[in-house]
Design a protein. Structure first.
Length: 964
């Protein structure tokens, strides 16, 4: 609650609902807007400043003193906790930007995403909503550990320092984050609940252990993350060739939610379609059949089965080989000779060095010498190969090779000289003659191989063939998913320890919930070699079994940081809860997140894990208490906005393509770049900012130089949020100039105060307004409509800014004596300021204070800067001022502008009444009265009008062309 100090002298008037008309003397009025008490504290301070102008902030060379304005408002927001006053508001709105990894320095990408979320947040605060715009830190992960290795600084200290400096930087951007809800995933208060989440998953049989392959550095004796293995397959630190090793790992069974996660995508109407597509592909549901081939060749193998998954059962009679992966169960001494096994092992070793993405097109294979019997035609035998392109963990890790109808099978058969037959043709009419492989559905060819299924269309044949196999017990329908279970264990120090204790007699025992958190030991030496750091911390490892109390050891793995971030958005609404992961009601009130903003690089994993955990916790924690959240199916993010990258201006040597450092390029007086050494013009491109390209721009420096308001506006103006933003620092002056012009316009309105007018009369008598005022009012309403639509729906802030600049230009052009002192002029200026403020909050507040103070003179009411049919409030902050509303009646321009052309050339303009019926004759008469058009329509010699041969009127009389 805000202090009411110094404001007791004023009477409080409680006014509910809109519209509310308040006459003069508004300074005595108080109001409850959406239940939140507004104070006079700042208002009183500002009243004394009624002779202030904005120009005092503009120095001689036209630059605005941003630093002082920003300091003033940061202080006021802080002192009066202005943005937190929405606790009692009803209508919740949750805007979330993906929380950053605390690397220590903000980059332009951060500034972009947090500017966008801040605008959405501030706009919704102005709508009177209970806004949650939280911030936190995705603070576990490798970089802290690397810093520890390189600089002997503890990961906790390093991370804490980084958080402190990044927090300052975020504040310098004028963001309105709810810092009282700040969380950090490396804080025990947070990871206690990450561990709790693990235990809940464990309880619901959604975590398990299994052997999995990891990258092993044989020199440092440690497991490496994928990003620590370079493109040559070497360790980033030791340089050793990385080996694959099998290690027992923890997995989360996300695959059991595959169908639910896929179906849920259908309800996400406000997500970008490309993200939905990526999620769908990742889950990769595939319908088809499983066929069982009998193993032959070696006597003792009779009766063994080899299963394959196929999406094309109709091609079953075109099978010419079976391909299995290197680690298929068939690859064992039971079936193969030692020589063969060695050969396959070597092959497998070679394959482990090439990226998985390249395996799909690899044509290499080994003929095992084994054969398999066809599931329907018992006499048909096909060879079994080990092949590079078979994924060990998809389907059954085995493929029925149909070279005539599948691209990969086709190239494999060609590379390995395997004969094959075409069994599907395009249509009934066409017999053969198609280019192979023919991969479409078609009709089964009339050949003996296809037997009773000959002539059937593919679809029918698929069903019939599966039915046949079912009856023979050699096959069945099957659905496969590409999505794999989520490997969450890391052999790292800086993460949440997995809350499991291993006991010789009881096995893996979960740590009892009341013993959480399992804290990271602080005394460990992080060397990056010799196994996981936790393993070496013997005091920590050795413990008691919670079940039998015998000596036991702690699990020494920590959790993947994706686990930390899979539930943080559910913690924010109740971030300080010590007794629960979150209070179900509190969480349910705010969830789902109304809009989630972040980079498209998180389109798959982070969003999928979050959707999964949200569904899981909705089922278990929020459960039935929550109507709103379950109505959203447990989907955590209602709307998703993926912001584009910020690209930096990059200079390259045109001859060598080498990236040029800033000091290798100079600029001539007109700003054209030259290479210092050669005098040549460099190549200019815009590329992803990176150190190696010398094209990075430091946001902190930019904010210092141009101010946060201007920087924010520039970011929003240069590109729509989803698009790439090509950063050019010099262009920032465009927004700077606009702000100065707007400031001067405010000053001008302050020195030309309107007379006191009852607002109701003002709108009722709109017919009597001068024409210019109509135009201003109409453009203002159009701008409100456009900007509101942007903030609520399209987020195309660039077009919103363009509309505000255009309106500023109009007002500047019409700022003559009688117009500028018209109440509507001031109203219009006030609208610009209000609509500007979510984007440029510092300047917005400053201009609003000036307008408001000026208006609180006895002579004219504050209401003149608001729209009369909105409630009036003597607010202290523009962010408690109401958002301007569109006046539908004001949207329609009273006048339309008609361009006059004579023989196709523009010769003048007419302002016509919009609703009048205008015909060609009238237009001609009017045009003759128009001084500039007149001389082109009159005959100089006769002094009579020229003969009009033809009049072309463009629809709506926007243009008339007289052919004379
Ligand atoms: C025979 C066939 C004939 C296939 C044909 C396709 C076309 P989707 O649709 O992505 O699910 N396949 C099965 N298991 C595999 C594995 N472990 N590694 C690599 N490929 C595998 O893909 C299913 C198809 O991928 C299956 O259908 C199988 O090839 C292959 F004209 O079987 B098909
Ligand atoms: Zn035990």
């Amino acid at each position: 609650m805000l202090a009411l100090r110094g404001s007791r002298a004023y009477a409080k008037v409680k006014i509910r609902g809109t519209p509310t008309q308040i006459g003069d003397g508004s300074r005595k009025c108080y109001q409850l807007i959406n239940g939140s008490m507004l104070t006079k504290a700042l208002y009183c301070a500002s009243r004394q400043a009624s002779t202030e102008t904005f120009s005092k902030w503009i120095n001689q060379d036209g630059k605005i003193d941003h630093a002082s304005i920003e300091d003033k408002w940061k202080k006021r927001w802080n002192d009066h906790r202005l943005l937190l006053q929405n606790d009692e508001r009803k209508d919740p709105f949750y805007v979330l930007a993906m929380f950053p990894y605390p690397s220590g320095a903000l980059h332009m990408g951060h500034v972009r995403v947090y500017t966008i979320s801040d605008v959405v947040s501030r706009y919704n605060r102005m709508l009177g909503k209970k806004v949650l715009h939280p911030m936190g830190w995705d603070a576990f992960g490798l970089p802290a550990e690397n810093a520890a290795i390189e600089r002997q600084i503890s990961p906790a200290v390093w991370t804490k320092q980084n958080i402190a400096s990044m927090k300052d930087q975020l504040k310098s951007m004028l963001t309105d984050f709810n810092w009282e809800k700040e969380i950090s995933t490396c804080d025990t208060k947070y990871y206690k609940w990450t561990q709790y989440l693990f235990l809940q998953l464990y309880k619901h049989n959604l975590v398990y252990q299994k052997e999995a392959t990891v990258n092993w550095d044989p020199v440092d004796q440690t497991v490496l993350a994928n990003e620590q293995v370079d493109s040559n397959g070497r360790s980033w630190r030791s340089g050793a060739i990385v080996e694959k090793r099998k290690l027992k790992q923890w997995f989360v069974k996300i695959s059991s939610y595959a169908d639910e996660l896929l179906e849920g995508l259908g309800s996400l109407k406000e997500w970008p379609t490309n993200v939905l597509q990526m999620q769908e592909n990742w889950i990769g549901k595939s319908k088809g059949a499983i066929f069982h081939f009998n193993l032959e060749g070696h006597q003792q193998n009779a009766g063994k089965r080899l299963s394959v998954f196929t999406s094309r059962p109709d091609t079953l009679f075109g099978v010419s080989y079976i391909a299995i992966s290197c680690d298929h169960p068939l690859v064992s001494s039971e079936h193969l000779t030692k020589e063969m096994l060695d050969k396959i092992a070597e092959f497998s070793n070679n394959l482990s060095r090439i990226p998985t993405s390249e395996l799909a097109t690899d044509r290499r294979g080994i003929n095992t010498g084994l054969f398999a019997t066809h599931p329907i035609v018992g006499s048909m035998k096909v060879p079994i190969y080990v092949a590079a392109y078979v994924l060990p963990d998809y389907g059954s890790g085995a493929v029925m090779g149909v070279p005539a109808h599948d691209i990969r099978d086709h190239s494999f058969a060609q590379a390995n000289n395997i004969p094959f037959t075409q069994v599907i043709k395009e249509s009934d009419k066409k017999e053969g003659g198609t280019d192979l492989p023919f991969t479409n559905l078609g009709v089964l060819k009339n050949i003996p191989e296809n037997g009773e299924f000959s002539g059937m269309p593919s679809r029918d044949a698929q069903n019939a063939i599966v039915e046949k196999a079912k009856s023979l017990k050699t096959g069945d329908n099957s659905v496969q998913y590409r999505i794999r279970d989520w490997l969450i264990s890391r052999q790292r120090y800086w993460g949440a320890p997995i809350p499991i204790i291993h006991c010789k007699s009881c096995g893996a025992v979960p740590v009892p919930e009341d013993q959480l958190p399992v804290e990271l030991p602080t005394v460990v030496e992080i060397k990056g070699r010799g196994g996981s750091p936790l393993q070496q911390s013997k005091d920590w490892v050795n413990t008691q079994c919670p079940k039998c109390s015998k000596p036991a050891t702690r699990d020494t793995d920590t959790m993947d940081t994706f686990v930390d971030s899979s539930w943080y958005f559910m913690r924010f609404p109740d971030a300080n809860n010590d007794s629960k992961i979150f209070d179900p009601k509190t969480a349910a009130e705010m969830l789902p997140v109304d809009i989630y903003i972040g980079g498209v690089e998180h389109a798959i994993l982070h969003l999928l894990y979050s959707r999964f955990i949200s569904r899981f916790l909705t089922n278990t924690e929020i459960g039935t208490t929550d109507k709103k959240h379950s109505a959203n199916n447990g989907e955590p993010f209602k709307r998703l906005l993926t912001q584009g990258m910020v690209h930096g201006k990059t200079f390259k040597d045109p001859d060598t393509g080498r990236f040029l450092k800033p000091d290798e390029v100079t600029f001539d007086h007109s700003g054209n770049p030259k290479i210092v050494a050669t005098g040549e013009t460099p190549l200019i491109t815009f590329e992803k900012m990176s150190k190696s390209k010398y094209n990075g721009v430091d946001p902190v420096k930019t904010i210092k130089e141009f101010g946060a308001d201007t920087t924010r506006l520039h970011i929003l103006y240069r590109a729509a949020p989803q698009d790439v933003l090509e950063w050019e620092t010099q262009n920032i002056v465009g927004m700077e100039r606009w702000l100065s012009r707007l400031g001067r316009l405010v000053d001008a309105t302050l020195s030309n105060p309107p007379k006191s007018i009852a607002l109701r009369d003002l709108l009722e008598n709109r017919k009597e307004w001068p024409e210019k005022v109509h135009e201003i009012y109409c453009m203002t309403n159009q701008a409100i409509q456009k900007v509101t639509n942007t903030f609520a729906d399209t987020f195309a802030f660039n077009t919103a800014i363009a509309a505000l600049v255009t309106l500023t230009n109009l007002l500047q052009a019409e700022a003559q004596k009688d117009i500028i002192s018209h109440p509507i002029f001031r109203y219009s200026v006030g609208c610009i300021v209000r609509m500007l403020s979510p984007m440029a909050p510092g300047i917005g507040e400053e201009l609003w204070e000036l307008l408001k103070t000026g208006c609180n003179e006895e002579k004219y009411p504050t209401s003149l800067i608001l729209l009369s049919h909105e409630s009036l409030a003597a607010n202290h902050s523009i962010f408690s001022a109401p958002w301007p509303k569109v006046d539908e009646a004001g949207l329609i321009s009273q006048k339309i502008t008609t361009i006059i052309q004579v023989n196709g050339k523009v010769r003048g303009k007419l302002l016509l009444s919009a609703n009048a019926d205008i015909n060609a004759k009238d237009l001609h008469e009017k045009a003759l009265q128009n001084p500039s058009a007149k001389k082109w329509l009159m005959d100089d010699e006769t002094g009579n009008p020229k003969l009009v041969k033809k009049t072309i009127i463009v629809k709506g009389a926007k243009l008339v062309n007289f052919i004379v």
